[in-house]
Write a protein of this length. Sequence first.
Length: 110
Amino acid sequence: MNRIILLIVLSFLALNVKADYEPTFEIGKQKAKVCMTCHGEDGISTLDPYPNLRGQKVGYLISSLKDYKSRQRTSGLAILMQQQADALSEQDIKDIAYYFSVLGTKKEGE
């Protein structure tokens, strides 16, 4: 009996996670359009100076964008990223990071 209840609860949670995922992914995708100019539509850059963002860890992406915004990253083409990061809110950063972290994974295709 306990196993049946556990199965029902886990099934319900899985449905909620998927329902939550889709709008967050789409919101991130819309906000990430400007990023795609340099980092590629699929998160894979075709230009050497720009890193791939597809499948990066969400924490790394958030940290990187915050570092650009606070001017802690200054090498290479940082000035371009600083200008882009300046226009982003905390929520924008989270949404964009989530989008690129999921892009190309099994989760995207669900």
